[in-house]
Design a binder for this molecule. Structure first.
Ligand code: SF4
Ligand code: SF3
Length: 546
């Protein structure tokens, strides 16, 4: 196996024997083969689109789901990948017929037909991984992988939008173009840089789509206090990013005496009017994804994983953890979807059987719900505070969390941010500091939780609105982006920020292994991307100029 798609990759170079994330060589091989078949789908899909043909929405949805399934910490179940590969082969036949390609030079990935058995698939997988062509120019490889990982992230956002009924051809069609580009030997480094920027712009559209899907379905998030402590009684912990799964579970547990806790990236759900109206959505449990094995150990309740990040379940809770949607793990019960409805009965029964916590803990709460609607609702106050000097600077400290010690940087940065600065945060990296008291500036809390990584659109909207109010470029605002990355959603968000010409981003805890030195140089030259160093030096450099 060879995989270097996430920040956790072995030695900052690549996982070769077993994934640090727990991905087996078998699953890595099947994911490689699935991506390979998807590239063939891209080739025929793009040809069909060039001829003005329309690809049906079910195919778009399959492509998004399949690419999403290969995102880090989503699915570890070989059988699910075998099923995806088989379906992908069928989809390719459909697109081939639709495209009516007359050319005799067909790329190998498009001409390839996967075998019937898993064993044979694994044999073929040896020939198609990231490093299969050892003579490939490293910058071309780097940019192809950047594009592929960006599409994995966008596949996740596209999936979340389509389950709520929102699709857009500009987004769906890009997957074919992007996938086809990864097997097009005629494309130069410049072509591939341009395509990565295009992906960034398309992903902005995709995140806008997701924002309107979420707020259109569940209302605009409003500032909401969330309980962090345990309550007596049976409970279900819901993790991941899928608000629709949470909604269905809330409906199905109504009146059953079960408390629902959010976990990880589900925390911002408490702020949506159509979700917070359920009194049994009682609070948030635990921290970021990398703490789950410790936090779920022997837990007297059921757990539902709706998306990433899933870690290998310990035996102490393997019988009480469930997966839904794209997530999977061998021997863990998967809740199937039938006609758009998931029957969570097994999860509910497990929660009742386990009985839950025996007593209430002393209450502790935090505040969430500062999406673009809320923050822009008080824009005049914010602008006034900047003009009067009460707010000197904004820091967006956000992104993915992870297990490495270098990530303490983000905690320290938040703690050391001067009292006249406001901290915006999003995604699971916030758990490093979101339970601390940062106080207020006037009526405005200093720490504003914008939401999930899926809500990066909200943060961008806030930045754009501020630049409009101050009649300046975003890069001239007193705003600095201090981002942490881990998986591939962070990749597509970064491409979106760059495509909007947002500069001076500080990124860490380490740089992606798949970015070649030349590609990094381009990013540094054009966008002044800076790897994080130490808090004093970085903060001094940022605030020194003001
Ligand atoms: Fe390694 Fe990350 Fe790939 Fe897992 S997803 S195998 S940790 S690089
Ligand atoms: Fe976290 Fe996995 Fe990325 Fe949605 S839950 S941000 S790492």
């Amino acid at each position: 196996m060879f995989c270097f798609q996430c920040e956790q990759t072995l030695g900052g170079k690549g996982c070769v024997k077993f994934g640090v994330c727990g991905k087996s060589p078998e699953v890595a091989g099947l994911q490689d083969l699935l991506i390979y078949v998807l590239k063939g789908i891209g080739f025929y899909g793009q040809k069909a689109l060039e001829k003005g043909k329309k690809i049906d929405q079910g195919t778009h949805q399959f492509v998004m789901d399949a690419i999403f399934s290969t995102l880090t910490n989503v699915n570890f179940d070989p059988d699910r990948f075998v099923a995806y590969i088989r379906k992908a082969a069928e989809v390719k036949v459909y697109l081939k017929e639709l495209a009516e390609v007359a050319e005799d030079v067909i790329p190998a990935a498009a001409a390839y037909n996967p075998p019937a058995t898993k064993e044979k698939m694994l044999e073929d997988a040896q020939k198609v991984g990231v490093m299969a062509d050892e003579h490939l120019n490293e910058d071309i490889r780097s940019l192809r992988e950047l594009l592929t990982y960006g599409m994995k992230g966008m596949g996740a956002y596209g999936h979340h939008a389509y389950v709520l009924g929102k699709m857009d051809d500009a987004v769906s069609n890009f997957f074919y173009k992007g996938l086809a580009a990864t097997i097009d030997d005629s494309l130069t480094v410049d072509d591939l840089i341009a395509l990565n920027m295009e992906l960034g712009r398309v992903n902005f559209k995709c995140m806008e789509l997701l924002d309107s899907a979420n707020t259109g379905t569940y209302g605009h998030p409003i500032p909401t206090e969330v309980l962090l402590t345990k309550k007596k009684g049976p409970f279900i912990v819901v993790s991941g990013h899928d608000l629709k799964d949470l909604k269905q579970l809330l409906e199905q547990t109504e009146g059953k005496g079960i408390n629902i806790y959010t976990h990880g990236e589900m925390l911002p759900a408490h702020a949506y009017p159509e979700l917070k109206k359920y009194p049994h959505l009682v609070g948030n449990y635990g921290g970021a994804w990398q703490d789950q094995q410790k936090e779920f150990d022997g837990i007297p309740g059921a757990i539902l994983m709706t998306t990433n990040c899933l870690q290998k379940p310990r035996d102490s809770y393997k019988d009480r953890i469930f997966t839904s949607s794209i997530v999977g793990f061998p021997e863990v019960t998967h809740v199937q979807e039938i006609n758009g409805v998931k029957d969570f009965t097994p999860v509910i029964e497990k929660a009742l059987e386990l009985g839950g916590w025996q007593e209430d803990e002393e209450e502790k709460k935090i505040l969430v719900g500062f999406g673009h609607h809320t923050v822009l609702g008080v824009a005049d106050k914010v602008i006034e505070a900047v003009k009067s000097g009460a707010i000197k600077h904004f820091f967006l400290i956000g992104g993915c969390d992870g297990a490495k010690p270098g990530r303490n940087y983000y905690t320290e940065f938040a703690e050391k941010a001067p009292k006249d600065t406001v901290i915006l945060t999003l995604a699971c990296g916030k758990y490093r500091f979101n339970k601390k008291d940062f106080g207020t500036i006037g009526e405005l809390p200093r720490l504003l939780d914008v939401g999930q990584c899926n809500d990066a659109y909200s943060a961008i909207q806030i930045a754009l609105a501020l630049s409009k109010a101050f009649e300046c470029d975003v890069n001239e605002l007193p705003l600095s982006l201090i981002l942490s990355w881990y998986e591939q959603k962070a990749v597509c968000i970064l491409l979106t920020l760059l495509s909007l010409n947002i500069k001076n981003i500080h990124i860490g805890p380490s740089l992606p292994a798949f970015i070649s030195p030349n590609v990094l140089q381009v990013l540094v030259e054009h966008f002044n991307i800076t790897p994080i160093s130490n808090v004093e030096a970085d903060m001094g450099a940022i605030l020194g100029g003001e």
